[in-house]
Design a protein. Sequence first.
Length: 401
Amino acid sequence: MIEQTTTKAKAYFPALTGIRAIAAYLVFFYHFGPARLPWPCIAKDSGLAAYIEEWHVGVTLFFVLSGFLIATRYQDSVQLTGKWAFRYFRNRFARIYPLYFLVTLLAFVSFQLNPTWDGTEQWPNYVHYDKPMVVVLNLTFLRGFFEKFIFTGLAQGWTLTVEECFYALAPLLLLTLKRRWQLLFGHAAALPLLGFLLVYVSNATGLATRYYEFMGSYQFMLNFTFFGRCIEFFVGMGLALYLKRYPQQVAKGWKITAVSVLWMAGCIYILSMVETPLDLFKGTMDYRGIAVNNLLLPLGVVGLLYGLIYEQNWFQALLQTQPAQALGKSSYAFYLVHMSTFQVVLREYVTESVAIQFILLVALSWVLFHFIEEPIQKRLTGSKSVAARKAAVDCEPVTRY
C-alpha cells in the first residue's frame, strides 16, 4: 500500500490521485455514451443511457478536489509577496499550460487541414476574421467567457477557464480566510451575484450581442463560468479549513464513503430525470438541475474526499495501488486527448468501438504524461525531489471535460 503523507507543506493523499482517473473516465463515457453513440446491450432511449448522460458530474469532482488540495497546500504558506506569487503561478502554468498548448495547437492545425475533424462542426462556418479570434481565445483561456466560443478547439477545455479563475483568486481568498474562515460563505454568495450582474450589464449594454455573446445568459454563467461554479471550489476549501481546525485520525471504515457515493448517485439520477428539450448537458440546462449539480452534488463529493482520506477500506486501498496512481497522474493528459485530433484519428482510421478507443486513449495519455507533460513540468519548475513531484501532481487535479 502507498503511504499517505500529510505534512503541512506537501500534503499528498494517494487515494485522491486515484479518484482523478475515475472522474476523467466518467467524463469520457458521458461524451461518448449510449445516448449519443451505439453501445451493445444499452438502448439509446433507456433509463441507463439517460443516467450515463449525466456523468459530466466528474467535472464537479475535479472542482471540489481542486479547492481542497490548493487550500490544503497553501493555506499556511500563502504570502502577499512577489517571490511567493511568482513561484505559485509558475507552478500552475507548468502543470496546466504546456500540454494544453500543444494539443490545442494540433487541433486547430488539423481543423484547417481537414475541417471535418472539428467534432463540433463549427470551424468550417467561421468567417475569416473569426478564426484567429477563436485561436487566441482558446490559447489564452478567455474563450470560457464567450458563449459563442465555449466549445471551440478542445471542446472540453472550457473548464480550464473556470480552473484558472480559481487559481488566480485562490491566494487572495486564502489570505482573507486566514483571518476569518467564515468569510468563505460571503465569497460563495458574492461571486454568483457578481456573475448575475455581469450578465445583466453585458446584455443591457449590448456587449453580448457585439462581442461573441460575452457573458451571454444566466444559464451560461451558472454552468460554464467560475462565477456560477465557484461554490464547488469553496466546498473543497471548506473541507481543508475544517481539517486544519479539527485534525482527524485515519481508521477502518466505509460509512462516510458509502453514503457519499449514494448521495452522488442520487444527484445523478435526479439530473437524468429533469426534462429539457436540449440533449447537451440535459439536466443542467434547467435551473432545477443547476441547483442539484452546483449545490447538492458538491456535498456528496466533499464527503467522498473525506472518506477517501480517513476511512481505510477496499476502495481506498484500490485507489492507492500503483496502477491507479499511474492512471490518476496521467488523467490530465487523458482529459485533453479524449476529445481531440487523436480521438478523431482513432475513430476514423483505427476503430469505431468506444471501448477500444478508450483503452488506446488511456495508453496514449500515459505516454504523453511520462514523455512530454512531466518532463516539461520538471524543467519549468526545477522540481527535483520525489516528494515535491508527488505533491505537485496531486495538487493539480484534472478539470473538466
